[in-house]
Every structure is written in C-alpha cells, then in structure tokens.
Ligand binder design. Sequence first.
Ligand SMILES: [Zn+2]
Length: 445
Amino acid sequence: MTRLLATLAAAVLAFAQTPASLRIAPNDLKADVSFLASDALEGRATPSKGLDIAAEFIASQFRRAGLDPAGDDGYFQTASFESVKPNLDGLELTLDIGGRKIPVDPASMLVTQPVAAVLDNVPVERVAANGRQSLASSAIVIQISAQAPRAMPGRTALRDAAMPAAVPAIVVWDAAVRDALAAAPDASVNVTARIPPPAVEPVKLRNVAGILRGSDPALKDTYLLLTAHYYHLGVRPSGDGDRIFNGADDDASGTASLVEIAHVLAALPAKPKRSIVFVALFGEEIGEIGSLYYVHHPLFPLAQTIADINLEQLGRTDDSERPKVLEFNLTGFSYTTLAATFQKAAEEAGVRAVNDMPSGDSYFARSDNARFADAGVPDTTISVAYMFPDYHAVGDEWPKLDYDNMAKVDNALALAALDLADSAGAPEWNAQEPKTARYIKARKP
Ligand SMILES: [Zn+2]
C-alpha cells in the first residue's frame, strides 16, 4: 500500500471510531452500580446467593453487548473450590528450641492453612525476611507474629480443589515462644505437631467472561484482558444498624465500567484487531483467588495475553488525600509501557492519567492485577480514588459515586483499550525499572 493510501485508510478508520462513538452514559453506570450495590445482593460475598445474582446480571449485560461467551458454561468460568474450616479439636503444637520444649498456647495460634499433619520432632529452619520470622520445613510453615492476625480466628478458608494440598501453615503470637526464640537466636528448632483434618465442603465459584473477537487474521489470537472484581465483603455478622457491605465503589464501579466499556467497544462498526476478553472476578478481597484461579486455568493462553487492565474504584472522587476529579491513576505507572497509551487516551477524553506516588507502586501488588503480573502479563490497576471514607465499610453506597466523572474516565479507558487492541506492538515491562525484574522473569515466551 502506498503511504498516501495507508494514511487515507487510517483516517477512514479514525473517523469510524471517533471518541463520540465511544461515549458511555453516566446513567447507564448509575443503573449498573445501583443494582450491584443494592441491599438485595447482600454485599456479594464469596460464596453467596447475592454473588450468584451479580454473576447472572453481568452475564446478561455481556449478552446485551453481544460478546461471545468465553467460559465453560456460557459466560461462566466455573471454579471448583473447597471451603475448609480448621478443626481445633485436638490441635497441638510444641516447639523444641535448643532443647527447651515449649507447648504453644492454643489461644495464641491460628491455623491459616489447615492441612492434616502429625509431626514428631521435625527440624525446621529459622527464616527471617522483611522483619518477619518464620520456622519452615517441607512439612510445615510457622509464622511468628507480634500479635494476633486481624482476620477472625477459626475462619473458613477457600482453596482451589484442583491445586495440590499445601503444607499446614500456622501463625503463632505466643509471647513465650517469641521470648525463647529471641533468647537463643542460634539454637536449632524442632516441631512436634498434631493438626487434625479440617472440615471440607465443595463450593462452586464463578468468574464471568465474554470475548469480543478480533478482526485481524494475524492478531486476533492475541488477547487484551479487562478485569474487575464483582465480589465484596458480604454482611457483617453482628452489630446495630446497617450491616451490609454494599461495595459500590469497591468494586461495583469497576464491574459496571467493565460492562459498559464492553458495550461501547462491541458496538463499534469495525471490530478491533486483537481480541478483547472481559472478565468479572470473584474473591478479590480474600487473596485475589478469582484472578489466581484464572491464572491457573486461563481461558486464553497467557503467553498470547498482551496485557491485563484491572478496574478498581472508579466512581468516588472524595479521596482521603484530596478530591480526584477528571483524573485517574495507574498502579505501577513506570513498570510498563501502558501508561503512555492511557495518557494519550485520557487527553483525548478530557481527563488526566496520573502517577500517584507512593500509593501507585505500593498498591500494584494489592489487587487482581498482581496475580497476572506474577504470571508475567504486563498490567496495571486503574483507580480514581485509592482511599476514601467508607472504604471497606458499610457506608460504601451507590449514591456517593460521581457518575459524570466516572463516565469521562471510562471513555478514556475505552479509548485506551481500543488503542491497545488495534496496535501492532504489544505492551512491555520496563526493564529499566528494577521492581519489574521478577515479572519479566515470569513472562512466558
Ligand atoms: Zn477492590
């Protein structure tokens, strides 16, 4: 093709896909968020009826957009999980520290990974990392802590039924143990333990996935992933007044954005070159288990997944630091080449893509994008406010979101997604940034 023809073709394409055709309506976002964050869905806990209803709603919206189903059961990617409750009856743990036997007070320990085990005087290694001390062997991991974990003792854990059972893990905050370890820093440590089998129940959880198939013969088998978690914290077990964690900003806002961005991109007259995969994830707040499940059971090859754009907290502008209006931030701003694409799209949509430090780097590993990064996929989480009043509180309700602002931000995100899906080059990790070394190493060739 001559240069003139190529320029003309690009101009025609640009005309067909002007920002005007990518306009997301504030009321559509409000409708989605107000439903997802309604009391009727009871905080969308994993697992719960409210979560199932939310999943059905997202699937119906993907159907409305005209996405192809990408799950094993229509739009649903079914995850077989196990709900595992530690059995405290007969739990025993004794540490031998340099010949001194110390039985651990059952009230000062918590089994965080309940796997049945009987250990008789097994040597463990003393490991110190990031100011934390652990006692570890191939049979058990014991983390020594200054205080009880914030999580409720005796809580139920969820684990992927397809993953091999790990070794038991226990957190110990018994002062006698801490003192004995501190008094004999070079002493060898042996563990005697009896961890009874936990109560295990099968649970079905679901990611919701749809695909907008690409149009370019060479690029359609590469994938841009857009994700948001639809799960939230459920209902507070006790207390007066409102007990429902509605999770309007966290993360009904990201889920609604996912749905509406899917709708405008699928409605374009020309399909993007690469395929775009939209996934609403379960279980973010309890260890990103929905994204971890996806990474372990990818619907499309991770090696051909060019990036994950994760959407979190896009509606509230009343950030605890200062009002965040007409701007959004990317975590790990300098980690990848993604930021440049978002800056350009933001400018076109009349907003700004900013590097909000130090939060931007510290939050990189604290959302679903982290699981994709660990698998080597270049990614980021996009947010408007990182911290806002009502964060993880029952007051995170849908009327508190700024839907006009959210629509403007979403318009920019849709433009950026289209740019990424249409460009010949794929996003890359920034090798100049030392923090990306482990992600570059994990990237599949
Ligand atoms: Zn969240």
